[in-house]
Write a protein that binds this ligand. Structure first.
Ligand code: DGL
Length: 270
């Protein structure tokens, strides 16, 4: 039996989901969260879907059994694309929110109607992504760029490699700018990529719009909890726990650097 004071489970292949957790904590300050970084089994984006499905199921099972989560946020585009339909089938009573590249808001914001999309290979090759793209036919030109290695470089907090890959991939996408035919909007379709915003801004300048999914996911989580009468009544004392299945120091450093969190990261051997 779950209770409104139970935590919300959030997971990603690694530190990327912190970009979603950050938005969740702003939108839902009274909620408790358990965050799992599956860094011992990352990256997901260049692995086959079965690996990602298996890991998503294992982590969800663990969050339910050990933390009695009242809702789940799959804070990873790749895992959402590969596994969310299966998780929903398996746990029909659990409110589950996923992340997908924010193509629709990007199409609405773009003036030149040319939108770059950076995401993992796994996301871009998924049926779910293809279906999303189809719903937006004719609304904008989307230039899709699989970014092999970028999530991993961000995960390792390797600034030199992150910068080099951002340069390669943005160059491959094409000419950014505000003139007709140029790309004025870039979708960050992997939850790791907001942590490369500094590098991307330096390459693209201040005018290009960078679109991530943090705020919409947080709002959707709030809506879903409200519709289940599952919003927390008041802040709970232990409101955040951080776990990593490998390299806990990476999550520790990222949580401290990006979210100013000092909670100790615990190692999870699931
Ligand atoms: N952060 C994940 C995503 O949103 C996956 C990164 C990876 O492990 O490749 O797609």
């Amino acid at each position: 039996m779950t209770h409104v004071s139970h935590p919300i489970g959030v997971f990603d292949s690694g530190i990327g989901g912190l970009s979603i957790l950050q938005a969740l904590r702003v939108e839902l300050p009274a909620e408790a969260f358990v965050y799992v970084a599956d860094s011992g089994h990352a990256p997901y984006g260049e692995r086959d879907a079965l690996h990602v499905i298996g890991r998503s199921q294992t982590i969800t099972r663990h969050l339910l059994a050990q933390h009695h989560i009242k809702a789940l946020v799959v804070a990873c585009n790749t895992a959402t694309a590969a596994a969310i339909h299966l998780l929903r089938q398996q746990y029909p009573d659990l409110p589950i929110v996923g992340v997908e590249p924010a193509l629709k808001p990007a199409a609405q914001l773009s003036r030149t109607r040319r939108v770059g999309v950076m995401a993992t290979r796994g996301t871009l090759e998924s049926d779910k992504f293809r279906a999303l793209l189809e719903t937006l036919q004719g609304q904008a030109d989307f230039i899709l760029q699989p970014c092999d290695g970028l999530a991993d470089a961000i995960e390792r907090q390797d600034a030199i490699k992150t910068e080099a890959l951002c340069a390669d991939y943005t160059m491959a996408i094409g000419q950014f700018g505000h003139e007709p035919g140029q790309i004025d909007t870039l979708v960050l379709g992997c939850t790791h990529y907001p942590f490369a915003t500094t590098e991307l801004r330096a390459l693209l300048g201040p005018q290009v719009q960078l679109i991530d999914s943090g705020a919409p996911v947080a709002r959707q989580t709030q809506r879903l909890l409200r519709s289940h009468n599952a919003l927390a009544a008041s802040p709970t004392p232990a409101s955040l726990q951080l776990y990593a299945t490998g390299y806990p120091e990476r999550l520790q450093a990222a949580a401290s650097h990006w979210l100013q969190l000092s909670q100790p990261v615990q190692t999870l051997s699931t």
